[in-house]
Structures are given as C-alpha cells and as structure tokens.
Design a protein around this ligand. Structure first.
Ligand SMILES: C[S@@+](CC[C@H](N)C(=O)[O-])C[C@H]1O[C@@H](n2cnc3c(N)ncnc32)[C@H](O)[C@@H]1O
Length: 299
C-alpha cells in the first residue's frame, strides 16, 4: 500500500461516520462535564472533524482510543485542554453588537459617574466572561479610555476570561490581522492600534495603555467555583450561553447576577434573550440587563 493510500484510509477512518454512537456519547458527556458545552447529535460531524486533528497528532486509531487516552493517559489534563481548544467556537469582533457599547457610553458611564460623585468610590470592575481573542474586553477598554482619557483618576480594571488557552494567548499579545479593524472609525484605529512593520506589516497591535487595563485569565464559567471574589459593575457574557443547555444557562445567570454590583449591568448575546432571565435580572432591552438593587423596607 502506498503512503498516499494509507493516509487516505486514515482520513476515511476519522470522518463523521467513523465515530460509534458510544464514543460520541462518551465524548459528548465528557465535554459537557468539563466545559458546560452541550453537543446535540446534530453536532456529531462537527465534533468528529474538530477532534480528527488531535487524534492524528497523537497517532491514535480513532475516537474510542482518544476517549481512552483522555481518561487514562492524560493525567495532567494537557490533552483535555487541547480538546477544549478544538471544540470551542471562538468567533468574535471589535464592537460586536455595537448597541452594547452605545449603552456603556451613553448610560452606564453616566450612572457610574453619579455613583462615584455620591460615594467617592472611583473604582470600576468589568468582566468579559468568554472573551475569546480579546476583541470584547479591548472594545470595553477603548470605550472607557475614550470617555475618561488616559489619566483618569479612576481605578479601572477589566478582566477577560475564557476556557480556551489558544485564544487567551492571542488576547494577551493583542496582535490582530489589520483587516479585523478595517470597519472601525479611522480615529479609533489611529488612537488605539499601532501598525506593524516588517514581517508584522499586515497586523496591528493594541496600544499598551489599553493592554494595561485588561488582565486575561483562564476560567471555566461552567465550573462550580470561580477562584476570585468581588463584584463587577458590568459583566459581558455574550455568545457563549448558546452552547450550554437551559439548566446550565440558568445556573450561570444566577451566579453572574450574584457577582454584579447592585445596579450593575449584564450584557448577553443577541440570541440569548430568554424569558426566565427576569427571575434574576431586570431587562433594559437589547439583551442588556440590570441587577435589581436591594429592596427598600417600603417595598
Ligand atoms: C463565540 S465566542 C464569543 C466571544 C465574545 N464573547 C463575543 O461575543 O464576541 C464564545 C467563547 O466562549 C468560550 N467558552 C466556551 N465555553 C466556555 C466556558 N465554559 N467557560 C469560559 N469560556 C467558554 C469559547 O472558548 C469562545 O472563546
């Protein structure tokens, strides 16, 4: 058998039909337990194609062996992380769902200023829970920087978290293909991004002032415990809940609402507008929510 034929055979082995129902269900349950991501049977081909690269890389013979590898060989979780990196969908963009940033600019910041004037507390904490390659937290940073200026006199920190370590590396570096900022207004591009030169010529880098505002950490938002304390003035949890089933979505929103300051805002993705959300947060329209303040004794 020539090498060409042998390779072809291996590809056939790893195509969508190659996974047994048992292996699919085992991997599906494992992924759900480790990341919260629910893969229905319609996602069978997608799972196969995403994991085929890992199976080839490890020199394994198929999905059953891969599952066995995860359970018995992968003691330090290296392959588990690689698998999570493969199965997550990471599409993002600067100022995606721009009405959320309009709301920040036109309402939330005004409210924060009024609160600060009343309490002398000039601290702002914002969390981008599934930040992918960093576009979302950097869009928040740009919005705040454009409002407050670089010497703000405010203590502003933005936390960007994600379960996928590949995207977090990109987010930390803050280097993007130049096309990804093509739709931003020219003054935003010039003020907040540096153009690459030499072999970086088709890229831009987020300026250091913005990068200093954002810290990136790996975090599984479906995990039962989050390893940090404190409440946030705004939480972005956009375009990630769609990958969770409803009980997990409810659990997540309940936990997120506990992490919001009273009056703080929760921003969800455009297709994450469920009626049950009002059990936890007050809808303000356009998938923006507000944490209700403590009830007064008159209520
Ligand atoms: C489609 S992207 C959305 C990115 C950004 N929030 C936006 O709306 O542009 C979904 C992100 O959720 C992340 N993700 C999936 N499951 C997660 C989990 N359990 N914990 C944290 N992040 C998760 C993925 O790695 C991916 O980067």
């Amino acid at each position: 058998m020539s090498v060409y034929t042998a390779r072809n055979t291996k590809h056939r082995e790893l195509s969508g039909d190659a996974i047994s129902t048992r292996a699919f269900e085992q991997l599906r349950d494992f992924i759900r337990a480790e990341s919260g991501i629910s893969l229905g049977s319609a996602k069978r081909d997608l799972l196969c194609s995403r994991l085929a690269r890992r199976i080839r890389h490890l020199g394994l013979r198929g999905y059953d062996e891969y599952y066995h590898h995860l359970l018995t060989v992968d003691r330090d979780g290296t392959e588990l992380q690689q698998m999570v990196n493969c199965v997550t969908t990471t599409k993002t963009d600067f100022f995606r769902e721009s009405h959320h940033f309009d709301f920040l600019r036109n309402h939330a910041i005004r409210q924060w200023r009024a609160n600060a004037a009343a309490t002398s507390n000039f601290k702002l904490r914002i969390w981008s829970t599934a930040c992918s390659r960093g576009h979302e937290p950097y869009s928040v940073a740009i919005t705040l920087m454009d409002h407050f200026g670089p010497r703000v006199g405010w203590d502003i920190k933005i936390l960007g978290t994600d379960i996928n370590t590949d995207v977090l590396e990109i987010a930390e570096r803050g280097i993007y293909p130049i096309e990804e900022i093509a739709d931003l207004p020219r003054e935003v591009r010039d003020r907040h991004f540096m153009k690459g030169t030499g072999r970086w010529v088709r890229t831009v880098r987020v300026r250091d002032e913005l990068r200093r505002m954002v810290a990136f950490r790996r975090l599984n938002i479906a995990a039962s415990d989050w390893p940090f304390q404190g409440a946030f003035n705004a939480i972005f949890c956009r375009n990630v809940m769609i990958y969770f089933d409803e009980p997990q979505q409810r659990q997540l929103v309940a936990k997120l609402s506990e992490r919001l300051e009273s009056g703080g805002n929760l921003f969800l993705g455009h297709s994450e507008n469920q009626s049950w959300l009002t059990n936890y947060v007050e809808p303000l329209g356009q998938t923006i929510y507000c944490k209700r303040g403590p009830l007064s004794t008159n209520d």
